[in-house]
Write a protein that binds this ligand. Structure first.
Ligand SMILES: *Cc1c(COP(=O)(O)O)cnc(C)c1O
Length: 455
C-alpha cells in the first residue's frame, strides 16, 4: 500500500480496530491451539478477546475495552502490567544482549539474582539456585535433583517414590504431571513419569507404613494453599509437621511455590508464614512479575554436594534448557525484587487482604449462586451453584459462563475445576479496584441464576 499524501504511513496500514480484530480471530481459529481448552467450544460460548495492552491492573483489548486483570494473567503478575521500572530493566538488558547461554558461560544478572533469591532465606538454608523456564520445569528439575541425589548417596539408592497430595497440581510436563492429583488432567498419562503415592493430610503421611517411608524420594506440596484444587488452604501448622516427618525419615521436602511465591499469600513466600524451610523451593510465575518465562529452584548445600566429584564419577546434573537463566528474565526478576522494597508492596497488603476477605464473605452470604468461598492472602476462590444451592454439573460449564458474564462489568478471570471462580489480582491493585472487581464478580455469578437446567 502506498501512503496517500498527508497521511502518515503508520496510520494508513493500520486497519480499523474491528477489522484487525476480525482478522486476528480468523487466523487464531485457523491456526492456534489454546491450552486447557476444548477447541470445539473455542469462541462459541464467549467472544474471543484479543488482549493488546496493559497498565497496572488494567488490560485493554484490541477493541479498546478495559478490564481489571482478575487472575493476574493466570497468576503471574505482581506489580501490574507495563511497570516502567521493570520495562526499563528489561530494555536495558536487551540493549546489551537478549540471550546468552548459561551452559559453559555465566552472566551478571544471573549471579545477582541467585544471590538476591537465596538472601531472602535464613543463612545456611536455601543457598543454591538452579534456573529453568517455568513452573513445570522447576518441578521437573527439583524431582530429578532429588532423585539423582538419592542415587548418589550411599544407603539412599532405593528412594524412588515421591509423595504428593490428593488433588495437587504441579505442572504439565510428564514428570511434574505424574505427581498431579487432578484426575481430569492427569489420568491419561498414568504410568509415565515418576512413581507417586498420594496422601490427603499430614496425619495420612505420618501413618504411612515404614516400607513406604524408606522408599520415599521426596514430599511435594503446594504450601499453605492448593491452587488448581479450588484454592483450598491447608490447616495451619501443616508445614512444620511435614518438616518433622521429613527430618525423621530422611526425606527431602519440596515446596511448590510457583503460585504462592512473591507475596500472593501475604508473605513473600508461603513458607514464611510458618518459618519452615524446605530442601527444594520451586518458584516461577511471579518471579519476573510475569514479564518473561523463568523459574528457579532453590536448594541446600547438602543436596548440592551430592553432585560434586570428578566428572568421571558421573555425579553431574545433566539437565538444562536452551533458555536457562535467560538474561532478560533475570533483569525483570531483579527489578521486581527491587519493587517489593521500593513500593513496600507487602506492607500495603493487609487492608487489601482484609477487604478481599470481607467482600468474598459478603458474596457468600448475599449471592444465591455462591455456595462457598475460600481466601488466603490475595487469593480467593468462590464456588458457584444453582440459585437453590444445588451444584452445577461439569458440563454446565458454570464457572466459564460466570466469568464470561463478568466481562461487560470490566473483569477478566477464569475458573479452576469447573465451578470455582478465582480472584487473584496483581498485588498492586487498590481498594477501589477491588470493590469494582467484586461488583463484577457478583453480577457475573448472579447471572447463573438464569441458566436453564440441563435435561
Ligand atoms: C502454574 C503452576 C505450575 C506450573 O507452572 P507453569 O509455569 O504453568 O509450567 C506448577 N505448580 C503450581 C502450584 C502452579 O500454580
Amino acid at each position: 500500500m502506498t501512503p496517500r499524501p498527508g497521511i502518515p504511513f503508520q496510520e494508513m496500514k493500520t486497519p480499523p480496530p474491528s477489522e484487525r480484530t476480525q482478522r486476528w480471530i480468523e487466523l487464531d481459529r485457523r491456526h492456534c491451539w489454546h491450552p486447557f481448552t476444548p477447541q470445539s467450544l473455542w469462541g462459541e460460548e464467549s467472544e474471543i478477546l484479543m488482549i493488546e495492552s496493559g497498565r497496572g491492573v488494567w488490560l485493554t483489548d484490541s477493541l479498546g475495552r478495559r478490564y481489571i486483570d482478575g487472575n493476574s494473567s493466570i497468576w503471574v503478575n505482581i506489580h501490574g502490567h507495563s511497570h516502567p521500572r521493570i520495562i526499563a530493566a528489561m530494555k536495558a538488558q536487551l540493549d546489551k544482549i537478549a540471550h546468552s547461554s548459561f551452559l559453559g558461560f555465566s552472566h551478571g544478572p544471573a549471579s545477582e539474582l541467585a544471590a538476591r533469591l537465596t538472601a531472602l532465606f535464613p543463612p545456611d538454608t536455601l543457598t543454591r539456585v538452579f534456573f529453568s523456564d517455568d513452573g513445570s520445569t522447576a518441578l521437573e528439575s527439583a524431582l530429578k535433583l532429588a532423585f539423582q541425589a538419592h542415587i548418589q548417596t550411599p544407603g539412599e539408592e532405593n528412594r524412588r517414590r515421591f509423595i504428593a497430595f490428593s488433588n495437587c497440581y504441579h505442572g504439565d510436563t510428564m514428570g511434574a504431571a505424574s505427581l498431579g492429583g487432578v484426575g481430569a488432567f492427569f489420568e491419561k498419562f498414568r504410568g509415565f513419569g515418576v512413581e507417586v503415592t498420594h496422601v490427603s493430610s499430614a496425619e495420612e503421611l505420618e501413618s504411612l507404613p515404614a516400607g513406604e517411608c524408606a522408599r520415599a524420594a521426596g514430599v511435594v506440596i503446594e504450601p499453605v494453599i492448593q491452587g488448581v484444587n479450588r484454592m483450598t488452604p491447608w490447616p495451619a501448622g501443616m508445614l512444620g509437621r511435614l518438616r518433622s516427618w521429613c527430618d525423621a525419615n530422611g526425606v527431602p521436602l519440596i515446596f511448590d511455590e510457583v503460585m504462592t511465591g512473591f507475596g500472593r499469600t501475604g508473605r513473600l513466600f508461603a513458607c514464611m508464614h510458618e518459618g519452615v524451610w524446605p530442601d527444594f523451593l520451586c518458584c516461577a510465575k511471579g518471579l519476573t512479575n510475569g514479564c518473561s518465562p523463568m523459574a528457579a529452584v532453590l536448594t541446600t548445600e547438602k543436596i548440592y554436594s551430592a553432585f560434586l566429584g570428578a566428572p568421571e564419577e558421573g555425579r553431574t546434573f545433566y539437565y538444562g534448557h536452551s533458555f536457562t537463566a535467560h538474561p532478560v528474565g533475570c533483569a525483570a526478576a531483579l527489578a521486581s525484587l527491587d519493587l517489593f522494597e521500593e513500593e513496600r508492596t507487602l506492607d500495603k497488603l493487609p487492608p487489601k487482604i482484609a477487604l478481599i476477605a470481607e467482600l468474598s464473605e459478603r458474596l457468600r452470604r448475599e449471592n444465591p449462586c455462591v455456595s462457598a468461598v475460600r481466601h488466603t492472602g490475595m487469593i480467593a476462590g468462590m464456588d458457584v451453584c444453582h440459585a437453590d444451592g444445588s451444584p452445577f454439573l461439569p458440563r454446565e460449564r458454570a464457572g466459564e459462563r460466570a466469568c464470561a458474564a463478568m466481562r461487560p462489568h470490566g473483569l477478566l478471570t477464569r475458573p479452576v475445576v469447573h465451578d470455582t471462580v478465582v480472584f487473584m489480582p496483581p498485588l498492586c491493585i487498590d481498594e477501589e479496584e477491588i470493590r469494582l472487581a467484586f461488583r463484577a464478580l457478583d453480577a457475573g455469578i448472579r447471572s447463573l441464576a438464569e441458566l436453564p437446567r440441563p435435561e
